[in-house]
Design a protein around this ligand. Structure first.
Ligand SMILES: [Zn+2]
Length: 188
């Protein structure tokens, strides 16, 4: 079991680091929210390099019709958990990754400013793998011990009109221990 302790520079020890250029500084250094997403490229296909290519601005528009729609998007997340449980980090937690878009949490807009984004390789139509939950739980525990996390939400909770992820197959019960250990009452 990997530890995924978060170091002083905002990186999870033992994560595979693939640097994304799609980030900037957090406006006031605050980190209080975890946002859970799902992503797969091409949609509902697993195991390829599409997600990594998207987050590093290397998606080839000729490779798939959907890629032609999205390849110019400048997006990223701090973390990606692949189907085999592998943890990949793209952006330091100390910086602002571009995962949430137009969003609102407790009357606060621009959730990227103060959140950590975690993508699970998956879709709204498939169950996630047990090993993905294992990695997610360990990562969340480490994030909560490093930063004053107040809540763990889904992308659909903070952008309900636009977004459906992490979707109906995401089992919140699997991270209930992590959610119940949060200090505030701001629970999902
Ligand atoms: Zn999302």
């Amino acid at each position: 079991m990997n530890s995924y302790t978060i170091d002083e520079a905002g990186y999870a020890i033992n994560a595979r680091l693939i640097t994304s250029p799609n980030f900037d500084a957090r406006p006031d250094h605050e980190i209080c929210l975890i946002v859970i997403h799902n992503i797969s490229l091409p949609p509902s296909q697993y195991g390829g390099n599409g997600i990594i290519e998207l987050f590093t601005n290397q998606l080839n528009p000729a490779e798939h019709p959907y890629y032609a729609e999205i390849y110019t998007r400048k997006v990223s997340s701090h973390f990606l958990i692949r189907r085999n449980g592998e943890l990949i980090q793209f952006v330091s937690c100390l910086n602002r990754a571009w995962h949430a878009g137009v969003s609102n949490w407790q009357d606060r807009e621009r959730c990227n400013d103060f959140s950590v984004g975690i993508e699970l390789e998956g879709s709204d139509f498939d169950a996630f793998e047990p090993t993905q939950y294992q990695t997610l739980k360990t990562l969340i525990t480490n994030l909560c011990s490093k930063y004053p996390i107040q809540a763990i939400v889904g992308h659909s909770d903070i952008a309900p009109v636009r977004k459906t992820d992490p979707g109906p197959y995401f089992d919140w019960q699997r991270i209930s221990t992590q959610i119940n250990s949060l200090p505030s009452t701001n629970k999902t």
